[in-house]
Design a protein around this ligand. Structure first.
Ligand SMILES: C[S@@+](CC[C@H](N)C(=O)[O-])C[C@H]1O[C@@H](n2cnc3c(N)ncnc32)[C@H](O)[C@@H]1O
Length: 196
């Protein structure tokens, strides 16, 4: 399986040197952990590359420059880890409240040697003053309530990036929302809002 050709529809620029190798290593780690824990419902390698890596990298290609990004409810690292791989000078915080998934994220950060932090608890328990340039959220249960928490973690002038299905959602006020962007394949929509 050639990772880069599966990713082609999702990329707006070639992958930086070394990233394809890191993605292959990340894939191996997911497959290994998924065999014994329920890390992600997408279990086949090609599906993981397209749906998880591809959609996360597509988001990464849309984001403006940022120093800090919070991946709210990261699960097995999406979209945070692929975004970190193509933005190595930025810092991604992977927030995940389920212990096993957070352990996986720690292992992935260590073995991929990326500068990400893992917040192994609910986002609500972060210090109130801690905010980020970008807060990204994909497939978090109870999205409407989670969005309300996510808003509080976006610094003034920062961005909220929502990866949604086709469902209608009330969007937070206080943000300027760009037109939704369709993710290739059946990946739903990305909504990017800038905080006033
Ligand atoms: C369905 S998974 C999706 C994971 C990943 N974003 C993806 O797209 O594959 C949602 C994850 O969000 C985590 N989660 C939900 N609410 C959270 C919160 N308030 N703080 C931290 N993690 C949360 C859950 O534990 C779960 O692992």
């Amino acid at each position: 399986m050639k990772v880069s050709s599966l990713l082609q529809p999702y990329l707006n620029a070639p992958l930086p040197d070394g990233v394809e190798e890191k993605l292959a290593q990340y894939l191996e780690l997911i497959l290994k952990w998924n065999a014994r824990t329920n890390l992600t419902a997408v279990r086949d390698a090609e599906g993981i590359v397209r749906r998880h890596f591809g959609e996360s990298l597509f988001l990464g290609g849309l984001l403006p420059e940022f120093s800090t990004l919070l991946d709210f409810g990261s699960g097995a690292g999406f979209p945070g880890i692929p975004v970190q791989l193509i933005r190595p000078l930025s810092k991604v915080t992977l927030a995940e409240s389920q212990g096993k998934k957070a352990s996986f994220l720690r292992e992935a950060v260590r073995s991929l040697a990326i500068p990400s932090d893992v917040w192994a608890a609910r986002v609500e328990t972060m210090p109130e003053s801690k905010t980020f340039d970008v807060v990204a959220m994909r497939a978090v249960d109870g999205m409407a309530a989670a969005i309300a928490v996510a808003v509080s973690k976006v610094r003034p002038g920062g961005q909220l990036a929502l990866m949604l299905g086709r469902e209608k959602m009330d969007l937070p006020e206080d943000f300027n929302w760009a037109d939704p962007v369709a993710v290739p394949g059946d990946g739903g929509l990305i909504l990017l809002g800038s905080r006033n």
